[in-house]
Design a protein around this ligand. Structure first.
Ligand code: ZN
Length: 327
């Protein structure tokens, strides 16, 4: 049966449909001309071959998210849209390093996004946990600078590691993550999403190694994707025993051609092993939104009532926000 998911656990603000709502306003604010004939043309550009030209596609959004006003507008629009869609809780990801090209500091970028998200939170009743991601190509020093900024929020913002996992495995940002050890900052990490396809004989092993690094070295509370976890029983058991959440994005993996069938993710196996799995869209500007993801996965797996219930409960069980966490 199709789970009814009330919260978002893996959702990037700059890849969300909230950007569609404000893209023309963002261009107007920036003073730059909108480089497409219409918003629909721009959306079609995003959705055509979603695995291609990712940097250029996101560039059409981040290039106009370079001021405090723009980031506040984005945060507010995000919360407004997710609340209107019926979600009661959202972990909202963004990477401040992509918003400092016109001179804003990382701290100012985080503050501006936080202001926008909190304004939407108070107005629409949705609970939002900002999740600040380090784009992994950042230097370790830049990563530490981002982690220090996150530490200022006393656990009200989580830390994540995102983007090019193939070029920059998670250990690169151990110094940033280590700064948060012993604090109340929750740590998340995209791991086991993508590595180079060659050499093929070590492909799964390299994905698993990154998940293991996130668990053992970065001491995360949540993993984004973890798409081969089901292939390592020992690691799967450890992730389950530690209560680490695995926020999977099946149609993002499929759209990026990392998998050819969502059943490769072993979602039912992970759930039956007691892993706190959640399902999300990743970026609904590029990939299908969550209701379609859930329907697709249910058609592929035929979730039992217990599995479906677990997917619904895990959103709150594994939440990075203590205001909604039940576990
Ligand atoms: Zn992601």
């Amino acid at each position: 049966m199709i789970p009814k998911i009330k919260g978002l656990t893996h959702d990037h603000i700059d890849g969300s449909m909230a950007m569609r709502d404000i893209i023309l306003d963002l261009y107007q604010l920036s003073g730059k001309p909108f480089p497409f004939a219409s918003v629909d043309d721009w959306l079609a550009y995003f959705r055509k071959d979603p695995h291609k030209d990712m940097v250029a596609k996101f560039g059409t959004v981040t290039s106009v998210l370079q001021s405090r006003e723009a980031l506040e507008m984005a945060g507010y629009a995000y919360g407004k849209r997710r609340a209107a869609e019926g979600y009661v809780f959202a972990e909202a990801k963004f990477a401040p390093q992509y918003h400092v090209f016109d001179g804003m500091t990382v701290r100012t970028a985080i503050h501006a996004m936080h202001v926008g998200l909190k304004r939407a939170e108070s107005q629409y009743g949705i609970i939002i946990m900002p999740v600040v991601a380090i784009g992994r190509e950042a230097t370790p020093d830049q990563g530490m600078n981002i982690a220090r900024a996150v530490l200022n929020y006393a656990g009200e913002i989580a830390l994540d590691l995102a983007c090019d996992e193939a070029g920059y495995p998670p250990e690169r940002h151990f110094p940033a993550f280590a700064l948060t050890f012993g604090s109340n900052v929750h740590r998340d990490c995209h791991a086991g999403e993508w590595v180079d396809s060659e050499p093929s004989e070590t492909y799964d092993a390299r994905l698993l190694a990154n998940i293991r690094t996130a668990v053992d070295l970065l001491k995360v509370r949540s993993i984004g994707h973890g798409r081969v976890l089901c292939k390592d029983r020992e690691l799967m058991k450890r992730v389950a025993d530690k209560g680490i959440r695995v926020a999977m994005c099946p149609l993002s993996n499929l759209g990026c051609k990392h998998i050819t069938d969502v059943r490769e993710l072993g979602i039912a196996t992970l759930l039956d092993a007691g892993v706190c799995v959640t399902i999300d869209a990743d970026d609904d500007l590029l990939f299908p939104a969550l209701p379609e993801v859930l329907a697709h996965c249910d058609a592929a797996y035929g979730f039992t009532k217990a599995q479906s219930r677990a997917l619904e409960d895990n959103v709150f069980q594994g939440a990075l926000d203590r205001r909604v966490r039940t576990g």
